[in-house]
Design a protein around this ligand. Sequence first.
Ligand code: ATP
Length: 242
Amino acid sequence: QLTIVPSVDSTNSLASQALENGSGHGASFVAEHQSAGRGRRGRQWLSPFARSLYLTTIWEFTNGAAALEGLSLSVAVAVARALRRYGIDGLALKWPNDVLAGDKKLAGILLEMQGDPAGLCQVLVGIGLNVDLRGCQTGSIERPWIDLRSVAEVEPERNKLLAKLLVELAAVYREFAGGGFGVHKDEWLALDAYKDAPVAIQLGEEWVNGIARGVDAGGGLVLDVDGVNRTFYGGEVSLRAG
Ligand code: ATP
C-alpha cells in the first residue's frame, strides 16, 4: 500500500498516524513536500516541493527492539543499492545513518520505533534523498550536502528511483529479519566513508577521538582509541571527521 500526498509535516508523522489508524506492515508514505521534515535529535530536514524524495515505510519485526540494532545501517545499504544504477563517484556510507557522495550528504535516514520493545515492533523508516535542489533555498542546511542530479551519470527520475527504493528496502528488511545486520556488514564496509580515518564521535557532551575501524556485526562503530578498539552503539551518537 503506497500513499502519496502533496504536503505533510513529516512522512514519519504521517506513517505514525496511519499506524494508529490501523495501517501496518509494508505500508509506505511519500510526500512531495515536508513542512517539518525531521533529522535525528529534532533537527530539520530541508524538504522543498517536488525536488527530492521523502518517504517512510512501516515494517514489522517480531524479535523486540534489541534485535533491531544495526537496522539503520542496513537501510543505508538498501539506499546504496537503489542508487547503484546512477554510477555515483564517491558514493559512501557514514555511520550510523547517512548516505554521502564525495563527503557530502545525499540522503538522511531516520528510524523511529513503536510497539512492544520486547516483541512485535513497528519500525518507521524515514528517508530524505536530495534529487534536484537547483534554485532551492538551501541556506539552512548546516553541513555539506549534494543532490543526485549533480552526481548521477544518468538523469534521475523520481518515480523510478522511488520504485527501486521500495523494492530494495523490502529485500533488505527480509534479509535483516533473517540474519540481522551481519548479513549486510560486508556490503556496508565496502562503502565505509571513514575507513581507517581519524574521527571524533560525540557522546552527550563528551567527544571521543580515534581511528574509525569499521563496524561490527551488530552495527556498532569500532573506534581505535589510543590503540584499544572500543565499540559504540546507539542512534544518538554523532560522528565527525577528526
Ligand atoms: P550527524 O551529522 O550529527 O550525525 P545526522 O547525520 O544524524 O547528524 P540528521 O539528523 O540525519 O543528521 O540530519 C540533520 C542534518 O542534516 C542537519 O545537520 C541538517 O542541517 C542537515 N540537512 C537538513 N536538510 C538537509 C538536506 N536536504 N540535505 C542534506 N542535509 C540536510
